[in-house]
Design a protein around this ligand. Structure first.
Ligand SMILES: Nc1ncnc2c1ncn2[C@@H]1O[C@H](COP(=O)(O)OP(=O)(O)OP(=O)(O)O)[C@@H](O)[C@H]1O
Length: 270
């Protein structure tokens, strides 16, 4: 008989375990009865129409937005007692790397090490190596000394991703990282996330447009009106129409959760 799984912090515990999660903002229900278990190494995309609750779910999973109902554990630890925030990386939606304060690309990326560094200690060898490696992963090693303000929007987005990568996250949340980003920048992002994924990190990605990220995805969750309406094999995105179709070879969506195309007569634009 196998030993029981450890109850807290164990390596075998799911990275994310949300049970019957709900979020209400100003008394208005935004997420309802959301169950989501994410295992180590998964690359999950979160899809859904505008306003379906994707950003709210990601913020709830990072602990930034408290649940109004249900329970959440990260790495086997209930969110109420979770302190290992250095294990998480988060690139929020529409974030900008330019703060108005002059800062070099390397300085912004180095700020991603702060949760890993002992307070008031100067950056050590490991910090410098992590910053260099993160910049290389997003293809900006040659821009390290440049002011962030001189970079394009897509490159600034990559700087923010490098900042989160520099923290060497085991669980990485990205909210629409490719929105408004040109194809070369999307490809650089896909390369960086592919490299991160091969190290065993878990990725939860909100997106409207998979583009070069599509081959990395091994699971799709679709939200609609704050509920999970699909959880299973990656959906194929029909770029021409902006609609998703399930991969016909795989139909192993979560029992009890309808496939998105089970709905009839609806033209879904997400
Ligand atoms: N801080 C807030 N205050 C009030 N309402 C909010 C807040 N954050 C989100 N909402 C509402 O919650 C609902 C879900 O928003 P959310 O941003 O999570 O959706 P989304 O699926 O990420 O949408 P999009 O694809 O447009 O980013 C929306 O109706 C939004 O107006």
């Amino acid at each position: 008989m196998s030993a029981p799984a450890p109850s807290t912090g164990g390596g075998s515990a799911p990275v994310v375990e949300l049970r019957d999660g709900a979020v209400a903002i100003g008394g208005r229900p935004i997420l309802r009865h959301v169950d989501l278990t994410v295992r180590r190494g998964e690359f999950l995309t979160l899809l859904g129409p505008n306003g379906s609750g994707k950003s709210t779910l990601v913020r709830a999973l990072t602990g930034l937005r408290p649940l109004t109902q249900g329970s959440l554990s990260l790495f086997g630890t209930p969110i109420e007692s979770f302190r290992e925030h250095h294990r998480l990386g988060f690139v929020p939606q529409r974030a900008s790397a330019a703060s108005g304060v002059p800062a070099s690309v390397a300085e912004v990326v180095a700020s991603g090490r702060l949760t890993r560094r002992r307070l008031l200690r100067p950056a050590g060898k490991a910090d410098r190596a992590a910053v260099a490696s993160a910049l290389a992963m997003v293809g900006l090693a040659d821009r390290a000394r440049d002011s962030v303000a001189t970079l394009s929007g897509g490159q600034q987005q990559r700087v923010l991703i490098a900042r989160a990568l520099a923290g060497e996250p085991e669980l990485f949340f990205l909210d629409e990282p490719t929105a408004g980003v040109d194809l070369p920048n999307q490809q650089a992002l896909a390369d960086a996330l592919g490299a991160l994924s091969t190290t065993g990190s878990t990725v939860v990605l909100v997106t409207h447009e998979l583009g070069p990220l599509a081959p990395l995805v091994d699971r799709t969750v679709v939200l609609r009106d704050g509920r999970v309406v699909y959880d299973g094999a990656p959906l194929q995105l029909d770029d021409a129409h902006g609609h998703h179709h399930p991969d016909p070879r795989r139909t192993d969506h979560h029992p009890g959760v309808a496939a998105p195309l089970d709905r009839t007569g609806e033209d879904v634009d997400w």
